[in-house]
Write a protein that binds this ligand. Structure first.
Ligand code: NAG
Ligand code: NAG
Ligand code: NAG
Ligand code: NAG
Ligand code: NAG
Length: 499
């Protein structure tokens, strides 16, 4: 079958891993001082400063204007992230990473993080049975093991008291940490009063940060699974859905077959039938002005192919992918879901992969897979509950990489200003609690903002070459093999209604 290797370029200098929120910072003290510079246990100093791993410094946030889609300011914790929570974090030196500089940046290994090693993501359908089983057991372990390093917030910063006297944080499993982060980055803004929300806001979808944000997200997710299992060779496999007629990974050996008694559920022969979803009730949280708190909300729902065929007529083809990759402009126009001839908007799935024109009311490409799954995957905020999300986004990331290698865009191709809130270059998005400096997104040619969630999370993608001063690294990509070879409106609670 298709056996394309995905080279994930962990080549990028991504700094790692702070997801939302580092446990040592989730305290009254952390909230009061707004400092998140945890001690590295290797030498007992904050940010491993004594060993030269990093230092504690002020967070700098871009002040470039954002687009008109979100007309408010000063009401949502995610604005100017992560400054509502922290204004000082660790900045790691060299190849160090992590919220206390105790880890290595993506792609680097060893005690001094000096060894560079690439990882390769592989097609799930070509893994051996033992490898497939290992992957599923890792996911299940992650679903059932409390994260050691991160917690989630269960309230807004305001709800935690002026001086942080009422910290609201909660333990969460390693898998659900990522479900929660994906939820948090896409929630509506609370405007005050039950159900009074601003829906046209999303720090990871419907604009420029969509691709880099999800890239960093997967890298962090992969990293946390590696730490949990001790298998540092682990990579998230992908599902190559080009020309698929059905959910080929929805079998009991993989992501779970269909339940014979209820087509919306997963077969009891799959471990995923016992998983409980979280963060799937946006209207309920909005009515209470509360955040999802990780309470289980019922089984995973999935009914592939039972979707509204007026919205999604077919799954993406190879020709669709070729067309998307051929588009040279990353963003166009207002840089939102109405953009025409934008690579990002076509690949995300708000525009036609045949003409490049926005197609309101339809879902193509990335969005079409979400809608096709007709269940938990079909709502933006809860979609990461379904492990199919991982396989799907690993493949989306490979197409992004292919586009970067094809076009080798200058950094200026990524918007510096006027993108919807959270999507300009050099902003941190809710993913990480630590700054990610010098991210190399993509072929080293493209810097972007990613957001990771931590308290943020910042996600920043910084390219090594800023404003013209190039440094080496950036180059190596162009010569590599491509990763893949061919052998409605307001509100965004659902891929179906909105996207
Ligand atoms: C960071 O937050 C602390 C605590 O609120 C405050 O005292 C300090 O002035 C802030 N620093 C900056 C640069 O805003
Ligand atoms: C991980 O990969 C390295 C380098 O390819 C190899 O030496 C090592 O044996 C692998 N470890 C495992 C547990 O497979
Ligand atoms: C957690 O969320 C659930 C469902 O939204 C809610 O019923 C419950 O009261 C919340 N628990 C806490 C402690 O806030
Ligand atoms: C499943 O598809 C039907 C239309 O076929 C639609 O009415 C329903 O909202 C979809 N459910 C989800 C969760 O997407
Ligand atoms: C996209 O193209 C369509 C068809 O030409 C046009 O009606 C629409 O205004 C364009 N959208 C934007 C944002 O320019």
């Amino acid at each position: 079958m298709r056996s394309l290797c995905l080279l994930v370029l962990l080549l990028m200098l991504l700094d790692c891993c702070l997801c939302q929120f580092p446990r040592p910072c989730a305290t009254s003290e952390g909230l009061r001082t707004k400092e998140c510079c945890p001690v590295w246990e290797g030498d007992g100093s904050a940010c491993g400063a004594l060993s030269g791993r990093g230092f504690c410094t002020e967070v700098e946030v871009s002040d470039e204007p954002h687009g008109p889609q979100y007309p408010h300011s000063g009401i949502d914790d995610r604005e100017r992230w992560p400054t509502a929570f922290f204004n000082r974090t660790c900045r790691c030196a060299g190849n160090y990473g992590g919220f206390n500089c105790g880890e290595c940046r993506f792609g680097y290994w060893g005690a001094n993080c000096a060894e560079y090693r690439e990882s390769v993501r592989r097609n799930i359908l070509t893994l051996s049975t033992a490898e497939q089983q290992k992957f599923i057991s890792y996911l299940n372990l992650a679903k059932n093991t409390i994260s050691r390093d991160y917690v989630i917030s269960t309230g807004t910063r305001a709800q935690m008291g002026v001086n942080g006297e009422n910290p609201m944080f909660s333990d969460i499993s390693t898998y659900d940490l990522f479900v929660w982060m994906h939820y948090y980055v896409s929630i509506d803004a609370f405007l005050g009063g039950p159900g009074n929300v601003w829906r046209d806001i999303d720090f990871a979808h419907e604009s420029a940060a969509f691709l880099p944000w999800h890239r960093v997200f997967l890298l962090n997710w992969e990293n946390e699974i590696r730490k949990l299992t001790g298998d540092f060779n682990f990579t998230i496999p992908y599902w190559d859905w080009r020309n698929a007629q059905s959910c080929e990974v929805c079998t009991d050996a993989l992501m779970g077959g269909r339940n014979a008694l209820n087509p919306n559920l997963i077969s009891p022969a799959s471990v995923f039938s016992s998983w409980k979803v979280i963060c799937t009730q946006p209207e309920e949280y909005n009515s209470r002005e509360a955040l999802c708190n990780s309470t289980g909300e019922g089984p995973l729902l999935r009914n592939p192919g039972n979707h509204d065929t007026n919205r999604v007529q077919r799954l993406p083809t190879s020709a669709d992918v070729e067309f998307a990759v051929s588009l040279s402009q990353y963003e166009t126009g207002a840089m939102d879901r109405f953009s025409n001839m934008s690579f990002r908007n076509v690949l995300e799935g708000f525009a036609s992969p045949m003409s490049g024109m926005a197609v309101p009311g339809q879902s193509t490409m990335h969005n079409s897979l979400h809608v096709f799954m007709n269940g938990t995957m079909s709502s933006v905020q809860g979609s990461a509950n379904d492990p199919v999300f991982l396989l799907h986004h690993a493949f989306i990331d490979s197409i992004y990489e292919r586009w970067l290698r094809t076009h080798q865009p200058p950094r200026s191709n990524y918007p510096q200003a006027n993108a919807p809130i959270g999507h300009n270059d050099d902003v941190y998005l809710p993913l990480q609690a630590q700054q990610i400096w010098q991210w190399l997104l993509g072929a080293g040619l493209f810097g972007a903002v990613l957001a990771v969630l931590i308290v943020s999370v910042f996600i920043v993608a910084r390219r090594k070459m800023k404003h013209g001063q190039r440094k080496k690294r950036a180059s190596s990509f162009g010569e590599r093999q491509p990763l893949l070879q061919s052998s409605s409106e307001e509100g965004s609670s659902s891929y179906q209604t909105h996207l």
